[in-house]
Design a protein around this ligand. Sequence first.
Ligand SMILES: Cc1ncc(COP(=O)(O)O)c(C=O)c1O
Length: 366
Amino acid sequence: MSHAADRLDASSYVERVLRADVRAMSAYHVPDSTGLVKLDAMENPYQLPQGLRDELGRRLAQVALNRYPVPSYARLKQAIAARFGVPAGFELVLGNGSDELISMLSVAIAQPGACVLAPAPSFVMYEMSARLAGCGFIGVPLAEDFSLDLPAMLAAIRQHRPAVVYLAYPNNPTGNCFDDSAIEAILREAPGVVVLDEAYQPFAAKSWMARLPEYPNLILMRTVSKLGLAGIRLGYLAGARAWTDQLEKVRPPYNINVLTETAGLFAIEHADELDAQAAKIRDERQALATRLAGVSGVSVYPSQANFLLVRVVDGPATWRGLLDRGVLVKDVGKMHSLLANCLRLTIGTPAESVALVGALSQVLAK
Ligand SMILES: Cc1ncc(COP(=O)(O)O)c(C=O)c1O
């Protein structure tokens, strides 16, 4: 027996049912880093000490993998709130990485005419997630020195009335924290929610967490990824209950798996270890910045994050030269005209910095 449908190949079905804009997109590209010094993704280069890893292994072995998670995640939320200073009376929503929290926000606001606004360049998922949910996206160029162009931001907010404004604090890929008075002006002007994305908070001198009570339209988003737990995928947002009650409706009920939940709780119990690693990374950031400043042909931008943005004469050729010498960094030059010939270098171990500076000096000496 043969059906007419049997004659169609899979791509014909895809074309028939999938959105044209999705078909035209490219998937988020993660390059193969096997055998390379991996300085492209803002990971913490250190693992937990062996003793703690053994203990975590024992803890994970006790987890009932046959059971669904308990979707309130009350214990994990309490531990996060206590350790990371969530102000009393504010609630949390957990995400499978902050990427998922961004998706939840996009889904929750997606209605005809809704849009998201962020400075540009900034974290690419704000735009990608908004567009996937069918929302508009407005990117407002930063000033030349990567500070917020406040008049342009306020004008765009008045014109487009975005449901969400994202401000990464510090910003990725520029590494700076925006001016607090500019953020205050945006919070006052925005007709919707302003999400301060503090993904890089462990490396920054400042945080807005304690200021949550000041603005009813402020949500604070964080992740444990940069702190040293990128692999477990755990992000959280903190906000007034009026926001979190609604976002809970959009959250897939079991989005935090039991292994992540257990590993997250364990890591928070041992957060001093992670804090010590963050301190080492901050020291290494300073050491690397100083050494890079001594390499001719490299301009280094100040950073409050676990990466340094640098500008060279020929970004793509420098990126390629580093790769040829076994060092993988991120070429951000094509992201935005403000970033022409810029590379983003994740802070690694002192030994990785030596490899990076050595390779870079060789490439630029050619
Ligand atoms: C500003 C910012 N927010 C969020 C994320 C994503 O974090 P997560 O690993 O929790 O999805 C990143 C990752 O690079 C980022 O740069």
